[in-house]
Design a protein around this ligand. Sequence first.
Ligand code: DON
Length: 304
Amino acid sequence: MVDFQSVLDAIKETTDKAKDRGQIADYIPELANVDMHKFGIHLLDLEQHNFSAGNSNERFSIQSISKVYTLSMAMGLIGEKLWERVDVEPSGDPFNHLSLLELEKGIPRNPLINPGAIVVADILVSLLDHPKEDFLAFVRNIAGDNMIDYDEKIAASEKLTGFHNYAAANLLKSYNNLENDVETVLDFYFHQCSLTMSCAELANTFYMFINNGKCRKNNTFLTKGQVKRINALMLTCGFYDEAGEFAFEVGLPGKSGVGGGIVALLPNKFCVAAWSPGLNDKGNSKLGMLALEKLTTETELSIF
Ligand code: DON
């Protein structure tokens, strides 16, 4: 059996010594109020053993990682119909790019780039009675933890500076791929991105992606087929224009967020969340990538 704890301890030691920790995302001003030197990692295996190092219980802004939860909820509600409004191809573009959206007449390349996630948010706003409350309840339910919450300050901060997302939502609207009004959909989207969770909580909720759609308490949230599709999307689109690099270096499906979190998983084996707030120039956690590369290299565990 692999000694995950020693591997995580060694990873922590390596990241402690890192000179270049990347840059904190400051285009959402409230995100800049985080200590650059934080680092956490938490691994949960299929048998539900937990391993961790560093600040693995400290909550941070999960940002785009939330797109995996909204996608899961929307797939559960409308199934394959989702693909009439959003495609499943990698974009090779930054997460907030608009050029392909215009070229492809309002059908976003995939649900993990911002325009795709905004369409998914629109679907949830249409289907849920109380979108923000119902989505929060969905995440809390997967986690088995009622303390997970939105960070209103972060949601408000992004609303003030979210010009790119307003542009994306308006473009979607102009192509008739947004049912609700721009303000309502973006209010939901900014809230989903503002969820704060720790590495331990993230690994806990991603357990369903290594366990055929069943959470830690054995309740079913997704079918096996849906898990296959979401894991495929995380592998091909979870890191935007760095998806190739992540597959090359780490070799796992995963999802990043500009709060510096990354979650990745090996189906039927383990899920892992790493956090370090400094980002590389593609908007993914610099030390998070390094940590996960070390993990899969040292343990020789990846999907390849
Ligand atoms: O919409 C945005 O720009 C942010 N709320 C989320 C972006 C993000 O996390 C991209 N991931 N690396």
